[in-house]
Design a protein around this ligand. Structure first.
Ligand SMILES: Nc1ncnc2c1ncn2[C@@H]1O[C@H](COP(=O)(O)OP(=O)(O)OP(=O)(O)O)[C@@H](O)[C@H]1O
Ligand SMILES: [Mg+2]
Length: 409
């Protein structure tokens, strides 16, 4: 029997651990064959606070995914995020000295390596160096300089770093769960792979993933990421605001948020009343949907104010005609598209993972954007093993620097 080409994505979120098993067809199509999801323990605001609990959660999610897919999982492609992630854009330059001044793959690797030399403090580690463009003898906008002639090769790249301790802990929990970490990818970049169209990336657009404990953001411009960051606020803060505001338990607040939540007070009816069990089990309170929305709205507005502040701080001067795409579990709340439009003054849509077959319907929700992006990227890397010239979809250079990416991860 032919060997099955299996890839596995593992999204370690603060609320949920999601494992996704996919089979890569001979045509390169990605077929989802199993999903495993468990509440995430041992993580807070994107940091690992209890190794043993985190390992147990991963074990469970993997076990579920194995049962559903009927395959044994060994290697995983892992998504990481959280406020410890940050990004910078940087430039590198080298002289081309080879015969005929032809730019070789070695030169590309050399110029990319100069970016690793940037003075990083010991507590930070590079996760991705994503070339945005190459410049050959002053001519910019080059995607793949290999084979061109020149004397000076420059690169502009988006560099994403994470805290060394956090990354060490991720390696540790994956290893303790008996798995091999094939590659690491920053969550919002993975999510963008699943939900952003290339035209949106090209025009300039922003992906906002509002999860449980964090909000992860990546801004694309000219086809590549320009800014990546994460905020330590997410849907769990909305739940605790509701628990306080309605004097109810966290469990009840979570239920009310999911069943009756709305982020725009003006959209929520005053006369529709919802029962909320009072804290301590002391009876039941009646609250209007308007009141619920008026508690949720300021928290979500706070998230957008912080996003605007980060973009401002970054010095980004584009206008993002590609608009905003929303991902993560917290964007399932009513009114989020309208509120985001108002807050960012951009066209907004919800991101539904695309580019997959098989049990695609099971993961057709914004909260699976990251994990679907992880299997798409894992599948792409897998295919590149078979296509030495690299993935034609991404252009030759990406395939060629694949091994170098691996080295970075
Ligand atoms: N229907 C819903 N309405 C509102 N919020 C929801 C709904 N369903 C899920 N959520 C919220 O989505 C959040 C979980 O989203 P997600 O699964 O994307 O998070 P995560 O990846 O585990 O966390 P993070 O990305 O912050 O590490 C929780 O706060 C949950 O309350
Ligand atoms: Mg997440």
């Amino acid at each position: 029997m032919a060997r099955r080409n299996i890839v596995v994505g593992l999204d370690i979120g603060t609320t949920k651990i999601k494992a996704l098993v996919a089979e890569v067809g001979t045509n390169g199509q990605v077929y989802i064959i199993g999903v495993g999801e468990t509440p995430s323990r041992g993580l807070r605001k994107g940091a690992i606070v209890n190794i043993d609990e985190a390992v147990r959660s991963i074990d469970l999610a993997i076990e579920k995914a194995e049962r559903m897919s009927g395959v044994e999982i060994n290697d995983v492609f892992v998504g990481v995020a959280g406020p410890n992630i940050s990004s910078i854009n940087n430039q590198g330059v080298i002289a081309i000295t080879g015969p005929n001044r032809e730019i070789l793959m070695d030169d590309v690797q050399r110029v990319l390596r100069t970016l690793r030399m940037v003075g990083l403090p010991a507590e930070r580690k590079i996760i991705h160096v994503i070339p945005r463009q190459f410049i050959v003898d002053g001519y910019d906008g080059v995607r793949d300089p290999v084979g061109m002639a020149g004397v000076r090769l420059e690169v502009e790249a988006h560099i994403i770093t994470g805290s060394t301790t956090y990354l060490q802990n991720v390696h540790k929990i994956i290893q303790s769960a008996g798995l091999k970490l094939l590659n690491l990818m920053v969550s919002p970049i993975a999510a963008a792979e699943a939900v952003l169209y290339s035209s949106e990336k090209q025009l300039g657009s922003i992906l906002i993933d509002i999860g449980g404990g964090t909000t992860d953001v990546t801004l694309y411009d000219g086809g590549s990421p320009w800014l990546t960051f994460a905020l330590p606020i997410g849907g769990d803060h909305i739940t605790s605001d509701l628990a306080v505001g309605l004097r109810t338990t966290l469990v009840e607040a979570e239920r009310i948020k999911q069943e009756n939540g709305c982020v725009l007070a003006q959209l929520a009816p005053e006369n529709e009343l919802i029962s909320a069990v009072a804290v301590g089990g002391n009876g039941v309170n009646q609250v209007s949907r308007k009141k619920i929305a008026s508690i949720i709205q300021p928290r979500v507005q706070e998230i957008f104010a912080l996003i605007r502040e980060e973009i401002e701080k970054s010095g980004y001067r584009g206008i993002l005609p590609g608009g905003c795409v929303l991902a993560g579990g917290s964007v399932l709340i009513d009114g989020i598209v309208e509120l985001t439009q108002e807050e960012l003054q951009l066209p907004v849509r919800l991101g539904y993972p695309e580019g997959i077959g098989g049990l695609a319907e099971v993961v057709r929700s914004p909260q699976y954007s990251t994990v679907v992006g992880l299997v798409l990227q894992a599948a792409r890397n897998y295919r590149e093993e078979l296509v030495p010239e690299g993935d034609p979809l991404l252009g030759g250079i990406w395939g060629k620097i694949r091994s170098w990416w691996r080295e970075m991860a």
